[in-house]
Design a binder for this molecule. Structure first.
Ligand code: ADP
Length: 433
């Protein structure tokens, strides 16, 4: 049966509605929820129309609002909120980066403030901690590995330099209302102690609590303490504890493992448009296993139809084994291309070629596709007209198999360039067998 967003039939209210400020962050969160047994879909951009969701416990709306002007981010987030409330969400999660990417103008504070107001609530938490990825919060200070945020390299970020590691101060500059801390000692005592601290802060008219967290046990305790908060904000780490709250109330019947996406058929392909070192190694590894590969030469795009050439190579091979088409190249080659074509123009042209190839491969019967590169994945998803993905088991942390909703259903793994182990492509296809 085909799944669509506006499908007819019995609509069931969702449990958790999530708003993520970028695409890969949304996938990261969706994967965290799916791996803990929530039937999760990721919506690409603001959903339109139909709110009839079936077999969905959590919906994650992926916005592109992290670096946008604050007013636009607020407006988009509020529209996402309306949609999620319309779909029945009992709790809302606002997801941002675990390095708290923001400026004094926003967007974390202004968006959290607008969401609280619309929901009619007066208190929420802000917890970007993600210990598995080295992000911890102690005494309100965010650490990246062993370094304070402000000494981690993030102080030189081109869009949102993070020069202050004290999140109570950082968030305090973004909002008018009071910001305070749930300190480590409280978190260490467990969820009941955290809940008491929440109540005390509410009484003191504090609206936002930064919460210390050094390990997953802390995140689980914080998650449990958030059971009655209508709005929770943070990195994907703190969402770890939320599924069990619904389970404890008998609302989530599924077990604590990723829901199955069903059987995958059709042909298989890899499209690699990332030049990051992880992807370069993954492309080489795939070739070492004997897989056929076609290298896109960006300098030929101006002179000839490179997409046609790639398809002419790939289509006759589809029935044999997964095909791989890649633009991925080392730094020297990328520099040569960028010198000739310009950095942005080169990137855009290659993305468009990849998008065209993806569309034609799906027309030819490819139903399992791996895409390497954040921007590349965005272009492919747009070309395929995909508006929503159902989330399956993770291949590597933060990169799940997904299945597009709508016709034809395509199994997609969308990998940010630097993610995944060296055998990622091989491992991913093996998982579907
Ligand atoms: P990542 O997730 O690693 O950042 P992206 O897909 O987001 O990967 O970005 C990589 C960018 O580099 C894309 O715009 C892509 O089109 C471009 N690109 C890919 N191959 C080459 C190449 N050989 N030369 C120049 N640019 C390239």
């Amino acid at each position: 049966m085909t799944e669509t967003l506006g499908s007819r039939g019995e609509a069931e209210p969702i449990l958790l509605g999530c708003i993520a400020d970028d695409f890969t962050g949304a996938t990261d969160l969706a994967s965290m929820l799916a791996d803990r047994g929530m039937r999760t879909i990721q919506l690409i951009g603001l959903p339109e129309g139909g709110q009839r969701l079936r077999d969905v416990d959590a919906a994650v709306v992926a916005l592109k609002s992290r670096a946008a002007p604050a007013a636009w981010a607020v407006e988009q987030s509020c529209r996402a909120l309306e949609w999620l409330l319309g779909a029945g969400a009992r709790q809302i999660f606002f997801k941002y980066c675990s390095t708290f990417d923001s400026t004094d103008q926003g967007n974390i504070g202004p968006v959290a403030c607008a969401l609280l107001e619309r929901i009619g609530e007066s208190f929420t938490i802000a917890c970007p901690a993600f210990p598995a990825n080295g992000r911890t919060v102690y005494r309100g200070h965010l650490f990246v590995g062993d370094a304070l945020l402000s000494e981690s390299g993030m102080e030189r970020h081109p869009l949102n330099p993070m020069t202050d590691s004290n999140l109570v101060r950082v968030l305090g500059r973004q909002v008018k209302e009071a910001v305070d801390l749930v300190p480590y000692e409280t978190v260490e005592r467990g969820s009941e102690a955290i809940s008491w601290r929440f109540a005390a802060l509410r009484d003191e008219r504090v609206r936002y609590a930064i919460v210390d967290a050094l390990c997953d046990r802390h995140l689980l305790a914080i998650g449990a303490a958030c059971a009655d908060l209508r709005l929770v904000t943070g990195g994907s780490g703190v969402a770890m504890g939320l599924p069990d709250n619904f389970r404890a109330r008998g609302l989530l019947s599924t077990g604590a493992q990723a829901p199955s996406l069903g059987r995958a058929g059709g042909f298989a392909a890899v499209l690699a448009g990332s030049c990051s070192s992880a992807t370069l190694q993954q492309v080489s590894y795939m070739q070492e296993t004997g897989a056929a590969g076609f290298a896109i030469d960006p300098l030929r795009i101006l002179r000839e139809d490179v997409a046609e050439a790639a398809l002419g190579w790939a289509l006759p091979r589809l029935s044999e084994a997964p095909v791989m088409i890649y633009a991925s190249a080392g730094a020297a080659q990328v520099a040569r291309v960028q010198e000739r074509l310009g950095r942005e123009r080169a990137g855009y042209m290659i993305e468009q070629v990849m998008a065209q190839i993806a569309r034609r491969l799906v027309e030819a019967g490819v139903r399992r596709m791996l895409v390497a590169g954040g921007e590349t994945a965005g272009a492919v998803v747009q070309a395929l007209g995909v508006r929503a993905l159902r989330i399956g088991a993770s291949i590597d942390p933060g990169v799940p198999w997904t299945k597009s909703l709508g016709e034809p259903a395509v199994f997609l793994a969308l990998k940010s360039g630097n993610f995944g182990s060296v055998d990622f492509f091989v491992k991913a296809f093996r998982m579907l067998q």
